[in-house]
Design a protein around this ligand. Sequence first.
Ligand code: TXA
Ligand code: MG
Length: 339
Amino acid sequence: METKIFKPTDVAQAAQLIQAGQLVAFPTETVYGLGADATNVTAVKQVYQAKGRPSDNPLIVHVADVATVERFTQPLSLAAKKLIKAFWPGPLTMIFKLKPAALAPEVTGGLMTAAFRNPNNAATLALIRTAQTPIVGPSANTSGKPSPTTAQHVYHDLAGKIAGILDDGATKVGVESTVLDLSGTQPAILRPGAVTAAEIEAIIGSPVLTEQQHVGVTEVPKAPGMKYKHYAPDAQVYIVDQVTDWPQALTWAQRQSSSVGVMATNVILTNNQIPANCEQFSLGNDIQSASRELFAGLRHFDTETDIKIILCQAFENKGLGAAYMNRLNKSAGQTHFSV
Ligand code: TXA
Ligand code: MG
């Protein structure tokens, strides 16, 4: 299959493909998604096939308006309505209880709930409106690999497997949306993202659970995606926890027999001697740029076969840093450089 690249002005052609049950990757403010008509079971099944995704891991339903959410869900709570008003369109996914059999089990992973999101990207909102159907969209990467933040990343993973990619340049946030479960007695963050627990609490006026749930292989997980290997490049990632650890980390890197990728902010790259066997990838100047560049950096070093080790800078585990560290910890399999 030829994978066509569409510009935002070609949205009508991309929408026709969605209506015809084909897969089209789409841009959002977070990462690129792999789109299919959420009401077409055959198309939704192909999403799992194209990604190599385990079929018990449910998908996010992307909508252009709240009325579409209400077609499928039980009446929304006051808290849900306040959060929608505050954060949509934007990087907050919310899980709601469904009306009986409102969505196919292929979308929900067989749960009585579903995840909904109103992405902040004009081309994708136009795609959903023109196709006149909500669009399911997991991140448009091969399952287990870092999420795609450019159309080129999507093309690398899925060319020949999907009908098209709507290209709107690099995404602005870079880490996937916050997933907030509103289907239980207390709101719970299942995946941290750019909308933080503190921001959610400020809107709803009550506490939000943020504990990481520990998920065994046999348990039914809260966010089914959490139990799988994620964001893993081919190289082994080592997290460098403190700014003051870098001199030792780079001395260690110099002694390695392979090349080493170094992902750090400009301050660290300029204030340290970078050994000749190390290749730099700048994370910019702050947590915003680091989140935007994290997956691109991991993917960059995957294209260089001689790089077997990546050293990557840690950030403080709060605010957007909680989202960044959640992704980095998974990509590193919790491996830290220890002094
Ligand atoms: O930013 C994003 O959220 C991107 C863009 C494309 O919108 N999408 C994305 O989708 O990251 P995906 O499929 O890679 O991650 C969705 C997460 C998974 O961890 C999944 O298990 C969880 O949301 N999820 C989906 N539906 C759920 C449900 N009903 N209950 C609990 N968790 C759910
Ligand atoms: Mg994903």
